[in-house]
Design a protein around this ligand. Structure first.
Ligand code: CU
Length: 269
């Protein structure tokens, strides 16, 4: 169901912007006058399938619809850790950039505790570029602002975040990675269950471990299954034109605060 206004631009006008692949927004109330395509060079959609890390059982998908220095991000997550200190288990989630643009493999467990920590995963997915918070700041400063991240065993996140030039380039280069953090300690080795987070020694390792990960890849978006009606995203594969959805305004889902027991400012989660 498409209710929004489209711009249809000849593919030729997009030059080498081969990444552009037809986002279509279903959000109402963000109509566009259609009179100018001048901003289209910076508009495209990248998608990722999120695969489990660290025996988390967490999976999902992510869609990043870029429009200039803003991106509307949708993250659907299932099988995540459910509770933490009697509240919903907070799941820090970020766009990471600046490294290989891949998800870590088990052999990156340098200390042999059976889990790949965030520092151990750094060569794969790099540093935080954007924090996928439910409200407020979306910079790396909010890396572990757990009172502003989704929580619980499954959720659908939808929000607009800032994407700087480096992040936009990483998306184009397909080296940007979505990472969801927080693993149920029961899924970890006895050793890992006892450890504290290398990001902050007041937190258990499990709270900040990467739980699911996926490289954002615009070229494969046609292979990504429809995420369901709640994503508000449809695909357009017409090769003769490229439709650019204008959906800058996002409606955030209710923030799950819950275990707002800590608020940290680290960049490496
Ligand atoms: Cu992260």
């Amino acid at each position: 169901m498409r209710r929004s206004t489209f711009l249809t631009i000849p593919a030729l006008a997009l030059g080498t912007l081969a990444l552009a692949a037809a986002p279509a927004s279903a959000h109402e109330g963000h109509g566009h006058d259609g009179g100018s395509a001048s901003s289209s060079q910076g508009s495209w959609t990248s998608m990722a399938n999120l695969e489990s890390l660290n025996n988390s059982g967490t999976t999902g998908d992510a869609t990043v619809k870029v429009d200039g220095n803003k991106a509307t991000v949708t993250v659907n997550v299932q099988g995540a850790a459910e509770t933490f200190k009697d509240g919903p288990f907070p799941h820090a989630q970020h766009i990471h950039i600046g490294a290989a643009g891949t998800c870590p493999t088990p052999d990156m467990d340098d200390n042999g505790d059976g889990a790949v920590s965030t520092p151990e995963a750094h060569p794969a997915y790099g540093m935080i570029a954007s924090s996928l918070t439910t409200s407020g700041d979306t910079s790396p400063d909010s890396a572990l602002a757990v009172d502003r991240f989704p929580g619980g065993s499954s959720y659908s996140y939808h929000q607009t975040v800032d994407v700087d030039d480096a992040t936009q380039q990483a998306l184009k280069d397909r080296t940007a990675v979505v990472v969801v953090h927080g693993v149920d300690p029961m899924n970890l080795s006895q050793t890992a269950q006892q450890e504290m987070s290398p990001l902050d020694d007041s937190l258990p390792l499990a709270a900040t471990l990467p739980a699911a990960c996926g490289t954002l890849n615009a070229s494969q978006m046609g292979d990504v299954p429809e995420g369901g009606a709640d994503t508000g995203v449809t695909q357009k594969t017409d090769t003769s034109s490229t439709a650019v959805g204008i959906g800058a305004g996002a409606v955030g889902l209710a923030a799950v605060g819950g275990g707002a027991v800590y608020l940290l400012r680290r960049h490496r989660a």
